[in-house]
Design a protein around this ligand. Structure first.
Ligand code: SF4
Length: 111
């Protein structure tokens, strides 16, 4: 199955996950700001240091849904950020690890 077709909430996806051997930078993780709670599972599992935990800026907070704003407030606006998208090898470990199903992989448009 193509990594882009995977549903992060699909339990079968985890067992089908290939080794992290994809070419770097073709695919990148995208974070749903209305879902992320800054639990840092992605930071812990990514072998390439693609993520860091940071604080949502005022502009980013303004784009959140009501539910997203409440969640962000509860977590002091701490969320995961993609800081090295070009290092992503498309293994999908972060997609599987995120307890909020907040990460999806898509073609890297940040290059
Ligand atoms: S898919 Fe996720 S865990 Fe794997 S290299 Fe990319 S950012 Fe890191």
């Amino acid at each position: 199955m193509d990594p882009l077709d995977r549903d992060p909430s699909d339990a079968a996806t985890a067992s089908a996950r290939p080794a992290c051997t994809g070419a770097a930078g073709k695919v990148a993780p995208y974070i749903d700001r209305n879902r992320c709670e800054g639990k840092a599972a992605c930071v812990q599992v990514c072998p390439y240091g693609v993520f860091e935990i940071g604080t949502l800026g005022r502009d980013e907070r303004a784009t959140l849904s009501l539910r997203g704003r409440l969640k962000a407030l509860a977590h002091r606006h701490r969320q995961a950020f993609v800081v090295r998208a070009d290092e992503c090898h498309a293994c999908g470990l972060c997609v599987d690890a995120c307890p909020e199903a907040a990460i999806r992989l898509a073609p890297n448009t940040r290059r």
